[in-house]
Design a protein around this ligand. Sequence first.
Ligand code: 3SL
Ligand code: MG
Length: 249
Amino acid sequence: MSKNFRGRLMKIDVLPIFGKQKDAQLSETTVIVVDVLRATTCMISALNGGAVKVVPTVDAGDAVALASRLGARECVLGGERGGIKISGFDLGNSPAEYLSRTVRGKTVIVSTTNGTGALYSVRSADRILLGAMINRLAVAKAAAAEGRDVLIVCAGTDGQPSADDLTCAGAIIDGLRQFIDIGSDSLTDMTIVCENLYKDWKAGIFDLSTTYHYRRLVKLGFEEDVYFCFTPDLTDTVPVYREGVIVKL
Ligand code: 3SL
Ligand code: MG
């Protein structure tokens, strides 16, 4: 059974929706923020595309103000509300938009409906990593190496838990098993539920396309995004969020 860096039993927990955590849950904890559809997937893609850093803002106006301070040569402004690109922004929230030719060497400033709020809500944690399906093993490996308790914080959708994030959380927990021995005393009920959801999805028993946010994105024409966002282990990139900025670990 795995011990954390204080010699205690390592705990793994999932918060299905951000904002409900207690301060104690963030101290001496590695937090993994998950917004698999699509904010954390986009941020990972931006770093893969060569962005110098990603700056998340909760408020779209703050993003615009920062972008005008930096200027168009230095930054790219991206984000969405309700899945749709914010008017006047350079990019929306499709991972395919964050290509090297657009983001290389630039600061990417992003404001999204749920994902940037989730990041902001855990800003006081000791270590904050960004997780998605495309980096699930890499983020699991990085979190295991930290040796702290792990709290996966899901962005959810419009204040509600979202099955896409819960499935991705389960995928990361499954990944953690490759790097640490996890006994049942390490897990909460939420962790067990997420891991089972992931196993059912992987076995084709649970159909994510029936769920709310997935269906909404498909309806908006983002079917390719959804497939991409649910392709496991495409990258080793693990972003870390500290002092308001996201960079590669
Ligand atoms: O809520 C968010 O942060 C977004 O990822 C939502 S969407 O997938 O772009 O609709
Ligand atoms: Mg989401």
